[in-house]
Design a protein around this ligand. Sequence first.
Ligand SMILES: Nc1ncnc2c1ncn2[C@@H]1O[C@H](COP(=O)(O)OP(=O)(O)OP(=O)(O)O)[C@@H](O)[C@H]1O
Ligand SMILES: [Mg+2]
Length: 512
Amino acid sequence: MTEKVFGYALAGLEGVLVSVETDVSRGLPAYEIVGLPDAAVKESKERVKSAIKNSALEFPNHKIVVNLAPAYVKKEGSVFDLPIAISLLCACGTIKNDFSGTVFLGELALNGELRPVRGVLPALISAKEKGFKKFIIPKENEKEASYIVGVETYAAQSLTQVVEHLTGVKPLQAVQTQEFVPSEKTAAHSAYDMSLIKGQPMAKRALEVAVAGGHNILFVGPPGTGKTLLARSIPSILPDMTFEESLEITKIHSVAGTLGEEGIVRTRPFRTPHHTATTVALCGGGNKSVHPGEISLAHGGVLFLDELPEYKRSSLEALRQPLEDGVITVSRAGGTVSYPADFVLCASMNPCPCGNYGSKQNRCVCTPNEIKKYRAKISGPLLDRIDIQVEVDGVSYDDLVSQTQEERSEKVKERADAARRIQRERYADSTVKTNAQMGEREMRRYCELSKECEDVLREAFDRLHLSARARARILKVARTIADLDYSEEIGVEHLYEAISYRVYGADKDKID
Ligand SMILES: Nc1ncnc2c1ncn2[C@@H]1O[C@H](COP(=O)(O)OP(=O)(O)OP(=O)(O)O)[C@@H](O)[C@H]1O
Ligand SMILES: [Mg+2]
């Protein structure tokens, strides 16, 4: 007797419906799983067997063949334990109904308990798009599933509960759907408020522009001047998330297994991978299956690379493509997978090995060669992709101890939010969300320059030896500055400010 039950396999964030068929026939007792299963799925054989026996259900003592179809899709992980168990129980007649409209997800413990699995949210969303309306999932995945409306989801703690539900002995209650509420962790609740940073008006303004338009930003300056402090205050001014954005980010974290108790990501990610992180940790990958890397976990938020020159050059170079495209495609033996990676890059570094080059307070003791070597750790193409490069110098003692109240993050966030609103309206019917994401077409439409502005930009282009990309990025930053100013047109003052963020490195010819 053959019975078919549905499970779900994920490739990146996209899902493939997997039908689990079990054939129980007469013959010497044997038990096989076929259909391109990985090691974890093969091990599922023993888990399912023990779970069925320990749930006081009958395990057939016959020849059993479990087939996972389509065979060309690689099946990974323990997520197929539950559909295999249900298919087996159907095949030997313990359960008799038809479950062709239901998708089963879950790992089984030997004692029959249902354990949580990764990727429930993307699997449910993808299966819903394919017309499935009923799901049975582990209880611990209930939270993330509760944000999906228009489907019937049942969360069970054990195989026994699932069987009792399916046979109608003790039906489960459908998971209650929840309304999405953006995080209450507003600026006021953030651990690092901008008001804690004394002075540094230029750097704070640059941070506001970066967040308002989604631009990459680099802080360069001597040690102990507040670069890390500035970067850590970013979460306090990041814009709130819409439900759609939240779901998109949650999908990635669900696959990576980094979803918290809440089951949904409510605040924009702020990822701070250490400089010893490998390229795989940053970009994603893995030996067998392809996991999302830090850049995908930072999707919709910020990737903060403190002490940029300390990162491996090859890891930094790997960021170049995703910084441009907002998505990363990783190919491994396990298959080719794309993950979204649209993040704001924030980085900090010292200008030279001693850290004081260009400082007004301290003398630099490095040789020109040392400075050149140090700076060469960051490649030109990577620097070219950083729209805002600010030099941060030390603050005076008086400024540090001054009682003047610095502006709170809340105020800065209000201005950045207003600029984001303008951008949302402007790009309402395109896939672009922020000025930083503008393509050639949008730039032609929204970054028109007057004759005077054109002259200013031409001069800067020649004087600073800018690339075509740098020119485009200056225009995008100028667009954000104009938005912060509620100005339809990009004015000369907006353009000057945007150009001023590209002067780091312009003095490189002078170091000799
Ligand atoms: N502008 C500032 N206002 C108030 N405190 C500051 C300021 N700058 C630095 N500090 C103090 O100095 C400490 C060190 O600052 P931070 O770690 O941000 O320096 P940094 O620029 O990142 O240095 P490094 O280059 O060594 O990493 C902070 O924790 C803070 O206490
Ligand atoms: Mg630091």
